[in-house]
Ligand binder design. Structure first.
Ligand SMILES: NC(=O)c1ccc[n+]([C@@H]2O[C@H](COP(=O)([O-])OP(=O)(O)OC[C@H]3O[C@@H](n4cnc5c(N)ncnc54)[C@H](O)[C@@H]3O)[C@@H](O)[C@H]2O)c1
Ligand SMILES: [Zn+2]
Length: 367
């Protein structure tokens, strides 16, 4: 198992150990039990993880109190699910001496993490991510929360896991479209912080797509290193952590404009290309750089053009409502090189005129 640790300042959890391996799910219980023997365990997972056999593997079919989210996915990422989880814990006579174990993708991790943050004013949580999104992104960094009927992540808390266990073999059962879309966050990590990692992705994408464990372990390690170091520096997203939003300003708007038909990673793939075109327009990039990025996303098979049924105006309008917008217009994360974010006056999110955005969106609709 490969290990790394990230420090989390200003948090009740001072350090978060991340362990990465292949086929480790079956042996984790022993380790969790020896590290947290005094605590009662409560597992939160979803129906697809159960049918794929991952819950049984984790518990070795022991009878551990648990909650199975159903239906799986974003539709259940709401406060009612959190209430059900907390009440299930109370019914099982669990108290503050409990540790929650989240087994699943980003929705399970976000819901279970939030339940841990608020159950009896907070109990520890272990994240066992099982999707490409969760292994690269959501399990590390402490953001937890659920959606309201109006907006995503309307309820939330920073609640860092005490441990993250990444079993890359768990990805074997993940649906192909989800698998590929989640890898966009890995490409994003390489673009913003690690040019060597970008090269690694260029050279190893075939093996990654074949889900070869060795290369997936390396990918997971690089992702955690990038995300971990950004989070260590800026745990509460005052400035530097915003670099993780690369490709997301337009990406979020595209995701919403598609009526959530596009997966998050697919929309971010479009957003990454949009950011690259903005960089070119602002004189921050040569064509060759964007070609490299385009090539990798093309191979991933995620979209790199705006869907025909989405208009520029729709996107602009949605961007004005971006939760990070100031005076109804969001700032952008851009890069100056692969592996290096562009900064202006010490800020990682910079101004881009709406006219530039309109122009590149038009370009992105051409064949
Ligand atoms: N907290 C953060 O920092 C952060 C970062 C990125 C994304 N997110 C959140 O993550 C969520 C998206 O995460 P996701 O894409 O993992 O979605 P998800 O949890 O809904 O998983 C996608 C689908 O795959 C299934 N699944 C998961 N693992 C599987 C496996 N190993 N085998 C078979 N099926 C499996 C799930 O049941 C679900 O149907 C969003 O709600 C997003 O807001 C949070
Ligand atoms: Zn994202």
């Amino acid at each position: 198992m490969t290990e790394l640790e990230i420090k989390v300042p200003a948090s009740p959890v001072t350090g978060c150990k991340i362990k990465i391996g292949t086929n480790i799910l079956g042996s984790l219980w022993k380790e969790i039990d020896s590290d947290y023997g005094k605590l009662s365990k409560f597992i939160v997972t979803d129906e697809n993880l159960v049918s794929a056999g991952h819950l049984a593997k984790l518990t070795s079919s022991r009878d551990v109190p648990h909650f199975i989210i159903s239906p799986a996915g974003e539709i259940s990422k709401n406060i009612n699910t959190v209430i059900s989880i907390i009440e299930a814990m109370e019914k099982a006579y669990l108290g503050r001496d409990t540790i929650i174990i989240a087994l699943g993708g980003g929705t399970v991790g976000d819901i279970a993490g939030f339940a841990a943050a608020v159950f009896k004013r907070g109990v520890p949580v272990i994240q066992i991510p099982t999707t490409t999104v969760a292994q690269a992104d959501s399990s590390v960094g402490g953001k937890t929360g659920v959606d309201s009927s109006l907006s995503k992540n309307a309820f939330g808390a920073f609640w860092h896991p005490v441990r993250v266990y990444i079993d890359v073999a768990a990805l074997a059962s993940l649906d192909e479209r989800q698998y590929r879309a989640g890898l966009v966050e890995s490409v994003k990590h390489a673009i913003i912080a690690d040019s060597e990692y970008f090269l690694f992705l260029e050279n190893n994408l075939d093996s990654i797509l074949k889900r070869k464990p060795d290369v997936l372990k390396k990918t997971a390690y690089r992702n955690c290193r990038v995300k971990g170091s950004v989070v260590e520096e800026d745990p509460h997203e005052k400035n530097k952590r915003r670099i993780l939003n690369y490709g997301h300003t337009i990406g979020h708007a595209v995701e919403a404009a598609s009526g959530y038909e596009l997966l998050h990673g697919e929309a971010v793939s479009i957003g990454i290309i949009a950011a690259g075109l903005i960089e070119q327009e602002m004189g921050l990039a040569e064509h060759e750089r964007l070609d490299r990025i385009r090539k990798i996303l093309k191979k991933l098979g995620t979209p790199i053009q705006l869907p025909k049924n989405i208009t520029e105006n729709e996107i602009i309008d949605l961007m004005k409502r971006d939760k990070k917008a100031v005076n109804k217009w969001p700032k952008f994360v851009l890069i100056s090189n692969i592996g290096e974010v562009y900064t202006k006056d010490g800020q990682y999110a910079v101004e881009v005129k709406p006219e530039i955005v309109k122009k590149i969106l038009k370009e992105m609709k051409k064949d």
